[in-house]
Design a protein around this ligand. Sequence first.
Ligand code: PLP
Length: 433
Amino acid sequence: MKYYSLNYNSQDVSFLDAVRKGLAPDRGLYFPKEIPKLPKDFFNNINSFSNQEIAFKVIQPFVGKDIPEDRLKKIIQDTLSFEFPIVPITETVATLELFQGPTLAFKDVGARFMARSLAYANEVKKNEKLTILVATSGDTGGAVADGFYKVEGIDVVILYPKGKVSKIQEKQLTTLGENITAIEVDGTFDDCQDMVKSAFIDGDLIRNISLTSANSINIARWLSQMFYYFIAYKNRIHPNKKLAISVPSGNFGNICAGLVAKKMGLPVDQFIASTNINDTVPDYLDSGTYSPKKSKPTLSNAMDVGDPSNFIRIQKLFNNDIFKLKKILSGYHYTDSQTKKAIKEIHEISGYIADPHGAVGYLGLKQFLQDSTEVYQGLFLETAHPIKFIDTVESTLKTTVPFPERIKGILDRKKSSVSIHSYEQLKTFLLER
Ligand SMILES: *Cc1c(COP(=O)(O)O)cnc(C)c1O
């Protein structure tokens, strides 16, 4: 499989080269030359396969010969070492929990798959040490830190805004040590993001260190998110009903992976892009005009994105035909007060405790089911554990969220970070390590 740049001004590359580079040299996103179709048989017999077997069949054509089959199987085994349960909310609505991984966010799967693919690339290519530089508003940093922890040949440097991530998130970033360095920036998430962008175009840095990113533009992170949709299909509760899946969306990497899965033949009938007030895509689906906006802060902060970087991939999948796209993709957007009401409503009808992102997904699904004349089984993705948004959830429900066993003890670990307040300090740190 080859990948080309969506700016059409770089050479085609193989899977591992695209993973190492992140962005193409012309700053375009990589996109696969073709989307392979899986045989009907595979879907008819999907119940007889384990999650790992399904993931292997799905991703292998995208990896091609770059990773030997045995090694790819091992990578998948390590990546999918936890469950993806479906929990019923009403007769026709259920949630697919994607937060059972080590950092309690759905980003764990992408980060783990990418880390292990890069580790293999380093072994065979004996490349110079790679430094991964990421900015985080909370969730990405933890998943990347955990996914890359102790991976040979890779250093990870994570920038986060001082005082603007939750206690748990900060501990996830700052307590691992080894090859993971947390940099606490006296500023906002946008400041962190700007510093990362400056580093990638800084000649002094590029000449001295191999820098890459680990956000959802990286094909290893993006494509491995397809696994969720195949697993959801396998475990769906009403196999005879049409299936609609609502995805709480920010940068649109996750839902784009779902749309690739559909293109491969996965029988999902409808996708719903559910957003907070950062509604660039729902607005585009309504008006036909794509107008990026400045991001606005909300309770579902992992979706505070005003110009989703993966949307260009979605447009490519549908050859920029908005009419084709609208047949499969609906979009809805919600305010914080609607989100809190939804957290309450879900709890009242089922006892289930949703996080603000899942609640937005629930609202989009509910709206779609109401607007539709046909009967669907509806699934909304739960992308984070409610404990990560404990303040919002507990004040909304007036109840305590149980602390998950697997992160007990994290609050007692000792924080270690480097404090900076300017890009020059970041540059000096990177050059002098
Ligand atoms: C990253 C994230 C999202 C948004 O996913 P995209 O792929 O960027 O659309 C939604 N919910 C949570 C909890 C996240 O961390």
